[in-house]
Design a protein around this ligand. Sequence first.
Ligand code: ADP
Ligand code: MG
Length: 661
Amino acid sequence: MRELGTLVPVVGEFMSTNSEQGGEQYEAEEGLLLLVEDDAEDAALLNELLRQQEARRYHLERVDSLAAAREFLTDRQPAVVLLDLNLPDSNGLDTVSAVHQQLPGVPLVVLTGYDDPELAQAALQAGAQDYLVKGSFDADSLLRAIRHAIVRARLEARLVASERRQQTLLQAVPDIIVEIDHDYRFSWANPAAYDFFGPDLLGRAPADFLVEDCSSLELLQSLLAGRQDFIHCEITQRRRDGKARLLAWWCRAIKDEQGRALGALATARDISDQRKLEEQLRQAQKMESVGTLAGGIAHDFNNLLTAIIGYGQISLMGLAGDDPRRQNLEQILAAARRGAHLTRGLLLFSRKQESDRRPVELNEIVRQMEKFLKRVIGEDMEALLELSDQELPLLADAHQLEQVLVNLVTNARDAMPGGGQLRISTARVEIDREFIGRHGSGQPGPHALLTVSDSGQGMDGSTRQRVFEPFFTTKEVGQGTGLGLAVVYGIVQQHEGFVSVYSEPQRGTTFRIYLPLLSQRQAGADTVDTEPEAAPVGGHETILVAEDDGDIRELTRSVLERFGYKVIAAADGQEAVACFEENRDNIDLLFFDLIMPRLNGQEAYDAIRWRKPGVRCIFASGYAPDLLRQKVNLAPGTPLLYKPMSISEMLAKIRQVLDGR
Ligand code: ADP
Ligand code: MG
């Protein structure tokens, strides 16, 4: 390699490399020209030319064979290669191709003795930027050719890069991108579009992929007719696997210079999953707000029921065994207890209530409910009970299961206004992993199956999907609350079970409830005494009662006095502390409502305990356990009664604490 000229490299107007143009920018050495020329005389001539004028910005290096050129180009990149076609080791177009292939980005200017337009054309096609015939160019035209070669090469590189970027983008976006021509057919599509619609997309119309009639397509027509520039719409369309999916479309008209619409460029995104998630979130929020509502009213509601049940029980105690008024009172009590269960069911639905689960037997529960259920459905309906021969032991809240039955049977009755048949059956079934997979939760294993089916009017698909939603009802105002099945759902969930519904319009409805069977081991461990409530026992001690609800306070007082106790009553925590101060030596037991104004039960108890350590206290509350936990921090094992409580429950607890058991 011989140095032919030493020209000062200057940053020329076309020489600055600009990385933000991206793509495959060649990082050329500024001002470096590589001359590939075996003829020393020609080389000297060229060097002479470049010595003049503004050529000073260039710096020329020379090699004299293709092999040497290729070696040079392995680690250096000149701004331009000036290439003689006839070299000792290569000839004609091959020289051009060889250099071009090695460094496609480098601009080539052919310098040759052949004045042959055809060869010139072929050289340009093989990758050369220019073709100069030796002896027929001067310094100016050479410099111009060099400059243009650089500019053209740079533009080309940019174009290639931009093209590649666009291709990558169209391949990479998960969104569907299509062109729709003026005849309303897909004329171009990206891979995501083929993925969705299938390989035979081109030439077909958007309407071919509809699931149902859709007015949004008219929008598209108005776009193609040039009446609109941009539209956005959501359309349910059929995916290549046959599934219906919701697509959100954004379409823009493609127009010519005169503003006539040539077609449309449209992008679409499958938003089905997103919609489903939004729906689930909305559903969860709805459930949550119903729960808050139910939790809020439960406290007051429970106080009312406590008063009703308490006074009812007192009155009942005062009546002789054969008194005809007993029956009325028993009805009142039964209704009030059902009210209490309903509140609990509501709380349960929102998971704000802990259920009172004990070992029970499903057939037993259904059998005991039989009479009541028959009364619910009335005379003109036939009721069939098909109970399994096998025992179906469950760890369940019997009242809640009764609630489930009542709600399902009530609905069945409503679905058969003209009469019909109701079937309730139980069975033992084995549930496998596949079943769990389809239903989304639970444990495989033996389950009790409770089926309630009717021959009533049934439901269509959209009703069926929403039946478990709280407040969803198709019944007239005043007829339905829409809570029946929401409560069923909550209770079944709480019992780690599943509920499914099968129904068709005019063909009846079947609800199936699966509840995990209690294993032998659990049955032994969880057995709690289910003996009938013990006869109430009283005493003679003095009890300080604190309760802010006047009705409950007076009820508690009259019950306790009736059973021999002496009672001091206070209307809030502060008053309770004051009462205690006055009677400290006489008081044997504190009976405090937990949530009260001024000082709550816990605070009042703490204040008293500080004055008289070892004093005993029972708390009562109408709040559901987990709400309560947010409000006060009770030590584990603290005696606590939930309202509404029965009188015997209250008396038993008092005796138990007083006797230190
Ligand atoms: P409600 O009974 O107060 O309307 P539910 O939650 O019990 O509330 O039921 C919700 C809806 O489910 C009902 O309004 C009805 O449309 C539908 N449904 C429930 N059970 C049946 C059934 N057995 N047959 C037909 N439709 C039913
Ligand atoms: Mg109902």
